[in-house]
Design a protein around this ligand. Structure first.
Ligand code: PGA
Length: 250
């Protein structure tokens, strides 16, 4: 039984005061969460404030990135140790914006995975193809490659702390979503890759989220697919009203 995970990726939005307001709004509307897990990923600057706010509530806290080293001369970087210290449960790793804008490659993504997991964080490993790659018929190869590289050297025993988010880059922030059928197909491909890399039972337990313009209007169809186990949400996680609608999908 895979419990769907709905995670809000706030990206570079919200001051501390705004973050508090949004988190309080989400908490107010969360209600009894049955067979559903909900996480918010504010910017680093709001983690401390939100950590105390959501302590002892069903809402989980995640960061949007982490560096691969525990400490040292890495100006501007934040370590897994520091995120744990702040009370983070999750961290997003390898988001396409990190890969495209900040030049992260699969090798760095993999080192970040190891660092986060070894410090007890749960990881959301993001993968996804560009529009050009999809149109050239390379989407499967690209995504399978990212999954394989991202998980390199990660033992099966650690997989219970891993979530994969399939986010086609052409669907992020564009208003275009993969159809439920197209998304399901890629999720099934990812799960088949996990069977090859590990085994059936680990592949069966690992949650695969969909991300890319998930909105109240399209979430129900996506979540009805057998291999879609939640959503990683950007834009629609920035107001309590729309995020709560997503959390309470049908
Ligand atoms: P979006 O972002 O929902 O705004 O498309 C998703 C993401 O980048 O995680």
């Amino acid at each position: 039984m895979r419990i769907p995970l709905i995670a809000g990726n706030w990206k570079m939005h919200k001051t501390v005061a705004e973050a508090r307001d949004l988190a309080e709004g989400v908490l107010r509307g969360l209600g009894e969460l049955q067979s559903r897990e909900v996480v918010i990923c504010p910017p680093f600057t709001a983690l401390h404030a939100l950590s105390s706010l959501i302590k002892d509530t069903p809402l989980g806290l995640g960061a949007q990135d982490v560096f691969s080293e525990p400490h040292g001369a890495y100006t501007g970087a934040i370590s897994a140790l520091m995120l744990r210290d702040l009370g983070c449960h999750y961290v997003i790793i390898g988001h396409s914006e990190r890969r495209q804008i900040f030049g992260e490659d699969d090798a760095l993504v993999n080192r970040k995975m190891h660092a986060a997991l070894s410090h007890g964080l749960r990881t959301i490993l993001c993968v996804g193809e560009t529009l050009e790659q999809r149109e050239a018929g390379q989407a499967d190869r690209v995504v399978v490659g990212q999954v394989t590289a991202g998980l390199a050297g990660i033992e099966a025993a650690r997989l219970s702390h891993v979530v994969i988010a399939y986010e086609p880059i052409w669907a992020i922030g564009t208003g275009k979503t993969a159809t439920p059928a197209d998304a399901q197909q890629m999720h099934a491909t990812i799960r088949a890759t996990l069977v090859e890399l590990y085994d059936m039972s680990h592949a069966d337990q690992l949650r695969i989220q969909y991300g890319g313009s998930v909105k109240p209007e399209n979430i129900d169809g996506l979540m009805a697919q057998p291999d879609i186990d939640g959503a990683l949400v950007g834009g629609a996680s920035l107001t309590a009203h729309s995020f709560l609608r997503l959390v309470h999908f049908q």
